[in-house]
Design a protein around this ligand. Sequence first.
Ligand code: LMR
Length: 396
Amino acid sequence: MFEHIQQAAPDPILGLTEAFKADPRPEKINLSVGIYKDATGATPVMRCVKKAEQKLLDKETTKNYLEIPGAAEFAEGMRRLNIGEASLAVTEKRVFSAHTPGGTGALRVAADFIKSQLDGKKVWLTSPTWPNHGQVFAAAGVETDSFPWFDAANNVFAEEKALDAINKIPEGDIVLLHGCCHNPCGADPTGEQWKKIAEVLSTRNLLPLVDFAYQGLGDGLDEDRRGVEALLETCPEMIICSSCSKNFGLYRERVGAIHLVCKTADQAKVAGSQLKRVIRSNYSNPPAHGELVVAEVLQSEELTKIWIDELDEMRARIQSMRTLFVKTLKEMGCSKDFSFLEDQRGMFSFSGLGPEQVDLLRDKHAIYIVRSGRINVAGMTESNMPKLCQAIMDVL
Ligand code: LMR
């Protein structure tokens, strides 16, 4: 039965972590997968999470199932966080929310929902995009296509090309946008550009699907919501998929959320009933631990304050690594100008390195980055910086 099965290619991101772990060279550096590392290169459990876990441990009385969409307090907290408590969609109760196993789980639930309720609609992905997007939709039987996003010559969002392309997408299709901290290129629209995107989407009657995995790691929790807010101004319906992997450091606990923003509260109930069917036939109901941790933090003023302070520290460290990277390369006399990295936000930037240079970095210097040239800035530290910059100079 299994003899015909062919070896699958390793995952372009998580496969690199496997290769990194197997690499015996002690000075190796992993800048591939999007995880935050502190100044010592560790990915510790956040203080707010430890405190919330302690509270939960003390008060937990059952391991009974959660409801299909998860705990109501989690959904409420995530709506406030991802959409904003003053948003009309939230105050008018036009949003149905569910906990999903991570941001990827949210995307898969969205894909299954699209397949079952909006069959025949294509999902349009930015070019470039996170390599898993295509696979997730393909696995659900949803067709994808792409539109240009990145202006590689100037390392910015390619406003004109993107707007032009979105304008030509067939009415009723779905457009997947990165809420902030574009993965992989780090190039986000400005507030004004978001408004233009929103305008085109609404004129063309396109459904926004926002992948919101890095809130808080760009300019701040509220500031990073500017894209979602601009879309909400003009688009009455949308899907938002968010993740608590990075901003709560809950990677392995698999905590994410899907929000269906509908035109009316009644429609939200009806669409939500279908979303529940999708979840029930997939993983039945979500795992409790991570979402209860998040709910605990978001419900407590004291824990929320600790969380925001920690997030501020993380964001400042990432930005300081961007600055140090650019400065170190300059001081070493690098021929290529990397100063664009300082203008970008979030964990990722495109380095501009090609596949051969990426391979050379790995084979000769034990430095792992994604083959597209994407680097995880959050994996840089003061101590690995000289080696990293020397190696980049060597492969340029
Ligand atoms: C990444 O892009 O590195 C992260 O989103 C982790 C993942 O699952 O790929």
